[in-house]
Each structure stands twice: as C-alpha cells, then as structure tokens.
Design a protein around this ligand. Structure first.
Ligand SMILES: C[S@@+](CC[C@H](N)C(=O)[O-])C[C@H]1O[C@@H](n2cnc3c(N)ncnc32)[C@H](O)[C@@H]1O
Length: 463
C-alpha cells in the first residue's frame, strides 16, 4: 500500500478547524516526559530506536509529536480497508455474491471468485460515480479523490478498479498472515495483533453486548454501586459504515457505541440519564465531526436516530445468539424511543435483524467529542470531581504495541477517579501496569467448535 503526503484525514482535520467549536469542548495535551517515566523505565531494554537508550525531555517532546502524527496517518490505510469491506460485502450497489473469508482466501486462485470480485468492482465504481450516491458512497468518493483517484474517464475508472482489486489482494494476504500468527499467539500477542495495521473506524454490536455482560458482573460483584457512574468516556467509539463482517452499507454512517453503553448503564441503575456527561476520545476527524454535529443538532432540539442491525448468519453458538437477542431486543429503550428502521435490501433480508431507536436531544446533547490520541494524550483534569468514573475502549488497543499500550495505561489512569474503571476487550500489556490493576475478567463463550471466546478486561484505578 502506498503512503501519501497529504492524508484524507489531515484534510478533514483542517476542515474541522473551520467548524464552530463547542463552547466547553476540552482540549487534550501530550503526556509529559515525567509522566512517561515508569513506562520508559519498564521498557528500558526495548525502547523505540528513535528515542535512544536514555532519552531526555527534549527528545521525548519531539518524538511524541512525530509518533502522534504516524498513528493518525494510519487512518488512511484503515479507510482503504473499509473500502475493501464495502467491495466484499456491500449489498446496495450490486447483486453479485459476497466475498466472505473463504472466498477471499481464494481470490487470485479461483476464476469464479475472481469474477465475483471483477463484477463487484465494476458495480461499486458505477455507484461511486453516480450523481445519486448515498452518504457513505460520497464519503468513499471523496476519500478516493483525495488520494489522487478520479472516476471521470474510462482510464480513471480502470485505475480505481485496479486499486480496489490490489487492496482486496492485500487484505487476503494480511488475513493469511494473521491466521498464521494466531496459530501460536498467546493472549498477550493476540492483544497486539494489528500493531502494524491501518486503523479503521468500523464497529458492530457484539462488543456492546460483551460490555453489557461485564458491567452486569461488576454490579453483581458489588464493584460498581448504583448511581456511581456519571462521568463516562468512550475511547474510539467508531463510525459504523460498511461493517467489517457483513457490509451493512444500507444505512447512513452512525456511531452506536456511546448510546449502547449508556443504555446498559441506565438499565443497570449505574447512571442517571438526566445528569450524566459522556465524552468521546478519538483521533478520527470523521468521527469527531460526526459527534460534534449530533451534539449541535441536539442543542437545536433534534434527535439522533441509530439503526441497530445484526446478522444471524454469523457462525456463533445458539446459546450465544439467544442471549445476545435478549440484549438486543431491549437495547436503546432506556434512552430512546423505537422508530421505523431503514428498509433492508431483499438480498440480505433473511439474515439481517434490525430495529431503530430515536435518541432524544436531552440525551444526545450530553455527548461531547474530544480529539485525542489515547496513546500519547490525555485531558489535564485538575478538579478530582471532573475525573471519569468509567472509560470504555473496545477494538482499539489491539492496534498498538506493548509499549504504546503501556503509555495509554498512564493516560487512562490519569483521567480516572480512584476506584474508577477501564473496560476493554483487548488485554492491556502489563509490563508497566502503572495505576491500573485488573479487577475482573468477563469471559463469554461465543462458539465451541472451534472455541471462540470474547473477554472483557476490567481495570480499576488504584487509590
Ligand atoms: C475498529 S474501531 C472500534 C469501534 C468500537 N469501539 C467498536 O468496538 O466497535 C477503532 C476506533 O478507535 C479509534 N482509535 C484508534 N486509535 C486511537 C487512538 N490512539 N486514540 C483514540 N482513538 C483511536 C478509531 O478512530 C476508531 O474510532
């Protein structure tokens, strides 16, 4: 994959600066050299080469900014993955077979799968170039144009097609590499599996269900008390579009996790829907702009509608699906009102289950986006009452090395109240555990043959 001088996301960042800032939107700061000391000591035998063996404060402050930039540049590669998932799974623009994992492994080797890919690429290009392109397609078109592609002439489109097919081959090879690694990887190695991968924004409901189960266990164990979770942060809430599993490209881009988590918290009696504050921390300008817009709309009295889809073709056990279904049926009812969901394309109508909830402005206005790279940044909170009771981060730390995860631990701990919790489905590296100790691990059996389990790791801030 190529690297480009100006990234799509830097351009969106520049545009974001032109948006009116929310009055109370707080600003994140870089981790200081002093705060990083425990991690630098813990990793003294394995520091990144650019930091040198014994870095000083000046080296640190230059290094941290360049690393922050490097991470943000990985967003473009993640967006390429989203485009590839749209090519593999999309149902709005084509009638062609989907390219599931099995077919993906055969791409380049089977003339049948090659034909699926060719047809899908042709259909996708037609949809991207269409004057009636939907919001998701427009976003992808802008992304391609920003990366130097055009859809104007036959020659331009041939170039885009080659790019799409090259990316498909890249994903096939990347997945083969992950499968090989997973044969021998222990939990700690699995927790850094994507450390070199592009960072994507996609999301689905499975982690929200796992979080719900973990929160319930924390309540039952008496580790979380009624009404004790009023200040909440979600790191990396995601923006659901062309979902990595089943290409649900038939609804507009949306962020579900802040609302799903909030709904669980209210149902469990942990949070008062009238007084909570929820912050999202993300490096993605697309997400930050999306959340800023929904907050601004809420202040103007407009609700936010979330579509809640899931796909029953997943190879999960009947027990897991039954329990998930129960969760899904009540999802959103604590903080929203059921509304008519968008129509599901016929091709997937049998397997897609969907409902929609309208979240009232009095809830949505309490959600504030913060541009933050959790590996290197935090909010400098001096008032202890303004620290967080709970910080959630799923499918995010897997993108980082043990060293980076350890720095993130410092940032997370610095923003939590003593006794506050971080919940993640990625196990955080513990070579330099800092102020966070593991207080509970919730394990959910997703499937028995072969065994698939989901874990939620709950870390508590030491006093
Ligand atoms: C794969 S999505 C996961 C979305 C959602 N949490 C879920 O589990 O479905 C990863 C999210 O983390 C964000 N992210 C990745 N690295 C980050 C970082 N260093 N700091 C803040 N956000 C980050 C991405 O922009 C995106 O929103």
């Amino acid at each position: 994959m190529k690297h480009y001088l100006i990234s799509f996301f830097s351009l969106i960042s520049a545009l974001a600066l032109c948006l009116p800032a929310t009055a109370q939107a707080p600003k994140s700061e870089y981790m200081t050299f002093d705060a990083a000391q425990p991690v630098l000591r813990g990793f003294s035998d394995a520091l990144p080469a650019a930091l040198g063996k014994s870095p000083d404060a000046a080296t640190w402050s230059v290094w941290i900014k360049s690393q922050d930039l490097n991470i943000r540049q990985r967003l473009d590669l993640g967006e390429e993955d989203t485009l590839t998932n749209l090519l593999r799974w999309g149902v709005t623009y084509t009638k062609e077979y989907q390219i599931d994992r099995e077919y993906l492994a055969l791409y380049g080797k089977s003339s049948l799968v090659n034909a699926f890919a060719e047809n899908r690429a042709n259909d996708l290009i037609r949809a991207l170039a269409s004057p009636n392109a939907n919001e998701g397609m427009l976003q992808m078109r802008a992304f391609l144009e920003q990366r130097g592609y055009s859809l104007k002439t036959a020659q331009d489109r041939a170039r885009v097609k080659q790019h799409l097919l090259d990316n498909l081959a890249h994903m096939r090879d990347e997945f083969a590499e992950f499968r090989e690694k997973l044969k021998t990887a222990d939990l700690a190695e699995q927790a850094q599996l994507y450390a070199q991968r592009g960072i994507s924004l996609d999301s689905n409901l499975w982690p929200d269900y796992a979080l719900d189960r973990a929160l319930e266990e924390l309540v039952k164990a008496g580790k979380l008390k009624p009404g004790s979770v009023q200040r909440i942060a979600i790191v990396g809430p995601g923006l659901d579009f062309a979902n990595k599993e089943y290409g649900n490209d038939f609804y507009p881009p949306q962020s579900i996790q802040p609302f799903a988590v909030l709904d669980s918290l209210v149902r469990l009696g942990l949070t008062d829907a009238k007084t909570f504050q929820l912050y999202t921390f993300d490096i993605s300008p697309s997400i930050n702009i999306h959340i800023a817009r929904l907050q601004k709309n809420a202040v103007a009295g407009k609700p936010y509608v979330v579509q809640l889809p899931w796909n029953s073709a997943v190879p999960f056990s009947p027990e897991y699906i039954a329990s998930f279904t129960q969760y899904w049926q009540s999802l959103g009812k604590q903080i929203g009102t059921p509304v008519q969901p968008v129509a599901v394309p016929l091709k997937v109508a049998d397997e897609i289950h969907i409902q929609a909830v309208s979240i009232g402005p009095e809830i949505a206005r309490r959600i504030t986006p913060v541009d933050m790279n959790i590996v290197y940044q935090h909010l400098p909170i001096t008032n202890p009452d303004e620290k967080f009771d709970l910080i959630i981060g799923t499918n995010i730390f897997i993108y980082y090395s043990a060293f980076e995860q350890s720095l993130a631990r410092v940032n997370l701990a610095s923003m939590l109240k003593p006794g506050g919790f971080v919940l993640s489905n990625d196990m955080l590296a513990d070579k330099a555990p800092g102020q966070l100790e593991e207080a509970q691990r919730t394990t959910i059996d997703v499937r028995s043959q072969p065994v698939i389990q989901e874990h939620i790791y709950c870390y508590r801030r030491l006093p």
